[in-house]
Design a protein. Sequence first.
Length: 249
Amino acid sequence: MPMLTGPDHIDANTATRRLSQTRKTELVELRRTLDAALAAARTFRDPDLTDEANARRRADMERTARTQAAATLDRIEREANNAAALVRTVADKASAAGQPRDAAGQLLAETRQARAWDRARALLDAGRTPQEVIKGADLDTLHALRAELPTYLSAQRTKPQGLAGAEFTEVNPARILHTIDRARLDHLPKEQAAALRARLDLDAIEPGLRETFAGLRREVDGTADPGNGLRTAVAARLADQQAAPPPAT
């Protein structure tokens, strides 16, 4: 087998750890530095300067603080984007490596997965929960579930007519796909599983990180309202909860 070049699963896992630390340390430190610089600007007063000169100096200090913070935030966000892109590249490469390359292999895989879906659908129709079917599935069945289960679940829910339909929400496939992909890890070769795990970790990290970036960007450019800190924390927390895998059942 030829040796793969470029970033690998080790680089991808390093990137996800770095992204986690970006939110916990780098952005927290940047916020602290900006707050201190803005506080120093607001309270600056040189008794040897006129009030007008002190006001100009305070404005210059604030402008400098925001410019420096913006440059730092740009760098951190650029590095985060690069890290996320690396994880996706490695995961896509690993997924492609696990697929049959010739037509005969593809046909055989599709046949196995079609049969696996028939068996899985029979269990679902008999009352098994998706989580129960996923838990006992082999790799062919997990591939089939990934392709077919979101549509199956959507078909089981009919939107009510009239006012009752106002509260209706479509099935969000992201969480069930995440569960399936987590289950796939136990059936894949070690390096392929590590690459996929890094992608799943990224999917859990990135939404909250993006909310944190957006909130800090408002602080840096001066458009934040007084409740921005709390609003950002709540938005990031909700993003974390929505991205987290559902509890095991």
